[in-house]
Design a protein around this ligand. Structure first.
Ligand SMILES: NC(=O)c1ccc[n+]([C@@H]2O[C@H](COP(=O)([O-])OP(=O)(O)OC[C@H]3O[C@@H](n4cnc5c(N)ncnc54)[C@H](O)[C@@H]3O)[C@@H](O)[C@H]2O)c1
Length: 368
């Protein structure tokens, strides 16, 4: 049985990866520090499975990580643990530098020491997949797509920390012959998404009749991918991707933020109508500092070389997602009450509430 060590498996994408791998019969060790973004409730469908285990470990703790490698003896690593929210990185970048850069360095060194000791058959099969973002490429204008050779040009502390980590991973492959692969994915959405991010936040604010703040004019474009399509892509890349290479992952589903918000409103008007259209809750607020205009991924290398295809269109995935939030209040209510209530993050001192009709305190965070 294949054994896979997943870091950040209590997060949004990591939990989808754990559910997918356990369902596919792999032996999984989920290593996660359980920060505010980590939630073991996202693993409730697999936590009794005989092929799933959890260990609470900080990826910066190299000794504990090394012990986990020795005890678990993984064939593959899928490294997702990270601080992931752009707005939080604007007001407090320390944790981003620590986890995303130092944590990736710690993972690389622990994994390399383990790999060097493996017997020849097992050593050739070993892979370290570093999961990164399209945000490392910076912003696109009105046209063009990110390809694997697009130069890095990150805009936020978050994307800069991910870019730094990508460079470490590429250097470990070139310098040490360590078998790494990097994936750069566009914005994900789907079930179990922490409610500070655009789509879950809009769904939950709309259900509660609260303002739906949209940064700037809502013209920023993101390329949306359903999280389960990403989990399948990561399994393929770690199993069959070429050592030392990068793969872009994206759903060919570009949407302006304002259109995403309007789409959620239309679905909720049908599934959970209120006394007026949900769109009347939209409020435009001061833009995010350094907000990238457009991201769009060319995923043809992954499609051509590994035969991956996104199964969900944006229309089918967003319908599933809205329905999931309506049906799974048990999952999100404790987070809204105890961890994050929807307040705006990432505002620099002196930033005016701008073109907002909603007070800044009521404005919630969008994007990233
Ligand atoms: N969400 C997206 O749209 C997106 C898109 C492309 C790439 N990514 C990348 O995918 C990965 C996962 O993203 P996500 O949206 O699931 O993030 P998330 O914030 O939902 O989850 C991150 C997980 O990492 C854990 N973690 C944080 N610091 C840790 C540490 N020091 N040690 C161990 N665990 C730690 C958290 O507890 C949490 O469970 C990240 O590397 C992110 O950069 C995300």
């Amino acid at each position: 049985m294949r054994s896979v060590l997943v870091t950040g498996g209590a997060g949004f994408i990591g939990s989808a990866v754990c559910r997918h791998l356990v369902g596919a019969g792999a032996d999984v060790l989920n290593v996660d520090a359980l920060t505010y973004a980590g939630n073991l409730a996202s693993l409730s469908t697999i936590d009794n499975a005989p092929n799933y285990r959890f260990a609470r470990i900080d990826v910066c703790d190299r000794r504990a990580i090394s012990e986990a490698f020795q005890a678990f003896q993984p064939d593959h690593v899928i490294h997702l643990a990270a601080e992931s929210h752009v707005d939080r990185s604007i007001t407090g970048s320390d944790a981003f530098i620590q986890t995303n850069i130092v944590g990736t360095f710690s993972m690389l060194e622990a994994a390399r020491a383990y790999w060097l000791e493996l017997p020849p058959g097992k050593r050739e099969w070993f892979r370290f997949l570093h999961v990164s973002t399209d945000e490392v490429y910076g912003s696109l204008g009105g046209d063009g797509l990110f390809v694997e050779t697009t130069p890095y040009d990150p805009s936020s502390p978050y994307s800069a920390s991910k870019a730094a980590a990508d460079h470490l991973v590429a250097a470990w492959a070139r310098t040490y012959g360590f078998p790494t692969v990097i994936s750069n994915c566009s914005n994900n959405y789907g079930p179990y998404h922490f409610p500070e991010k655009l789509i879950p936040l809009v769904i939950l604010n709309a259900i509660h009749g609260k303002p739906l703040p949209v940064y700037g004019e809502g013209a920023n474009v993101r390329d949306w991918l359903y999280v389960e399509d990403h989990a399948r892509a990561l399994d393929l890349i770690v199993s069959r991707g070429r050592v030392g290479e990068k793969y872009n992952v994206g759903g060919r589903n570009e949407r302006r933020n304002i259109d995403v918000v309007r789409k959620v409103c239309v679905i909720l008007d049908r599934l959970r109508p209120m006394d007026r259209p949900h769109e009347s809750l939209i409020a435009f607020v001061a833009d995010r500092p350094g907000h990238d205009l457009r991201y769009a991924i060319d995923a043809s290398k992954l499609e051509r070389d590994l035969g991956w295809r996104a199964v969900e269109t944006f229309d089918s995935g967003i319908e599933k997602t809205v329905r999931w939030y309506l049906d799974n209040e048990w999952w999100w209510r404790p987070l809204r009450e105890k961890v994050y209530a929807g307040e705006r993050l990432g505002v620099l001192p002196g930033t005016p509430p701008a073109n907002s009709k909603a007070p800044a305190s009521a404005a919630a965070t969008i994007g990233g």
